[in-house]
Write a protein that binds this ligand. Structure first.
Ligand code: COA
Length: 176
């Protein structure tokens, strides 16, 4: 925790200290969309790839709101689909910044499907993706620090930091 953070009582981590820190609530995204036949296979099950695209969009928007810069997706962790999503269901994606590095931002996205007729809601999957903020030359640029407000924020930070270390180890192994 830096001095300013200690004075304000906030736990401020990562990012560039020249920018004011932001809480995850300042960049959170909630996005709802009804699934259409064009999103699905002939049996009416929504394509996993379509859901991944929506995860990328919701996650990218949260990262962009944190950085206030354009972002690109550098990686997305593996995703398991826990229950089928059918045409007509309403998909809701909630994206929240978990961790920030210098230019990178990990966003967690929770996906739920609602049957609008019965009201039943199922947890489809959760996903983690890392985005990189870009400057005007399309090079990675620094992002604001993240202010952690709760024990849940601190747990999410610690888990995201551990995941990011594993991703970077894997990426290093691939180039060796
Ligand atoms: C993402 C990209 C800008 C990174 O450029 P780069 O020159 O490799 O930059 P760096 O090595 O400095 O990495 C930038 C950040 O990404 C992180 N990063 C790089 N590879 C990563 C990986 N496999 N997993 C997680 N984070 C990664 C780095 O740790 C660094 O984070 P930090 O600044 O917080 O420390 C570049 O690889 C790129 O343009 N990729 C294509 C992106 C794209 O087209 N996405 C799909 C469409 S949006």
């Amino acid at each position: 925790m830096n001095n300013e953070a200690a004075e304000s009582g906030l736990d401020i981590r990562g990012g560039d200290p020249r920018f004011p820190a932001k809480c995850s609530s300042q960049s959170q995204v909630a996005m709802s969309q009804q699934m259409m036949p064009s999103d699905a296979n002939p049996l009416g099950n929504v394509h996993g790839g379509h859901i991944m695209k929506l995860i990328d969009e919701a996650g990218g928007l949260a990262a962009m709101r944190h950085a206030r810069r354009p972002v690109v997706t550098v990686t997305m962790d593996s995703i398991a689909f826990l229950s089928p999503v059918r045409v007509g269901h309403v998909l809701t994606l909630r994206a929240s910044v978990n961790w920030v590095g210098k230019s990178s931002i990990e966003v967690g996205v929770r996906v739920e499907a609602e049957n609008p007729v019965t009201g039943e809601i199922t947890h489809t999957n959760s996903a983690y993706a890392v985005f990189v903020a870009l400057d005007d030359q399309a090079k990675p640029c620094s992002v604001p620090p993240l202010a952690l407000e709760s024990d849940d924020d601190r747990r999410r930070w610690a888990e995201a930091e551990a995941r990011q270390q594993i991703r970077l180890q894997r990426a290093r192994k691939k180039v060796q």
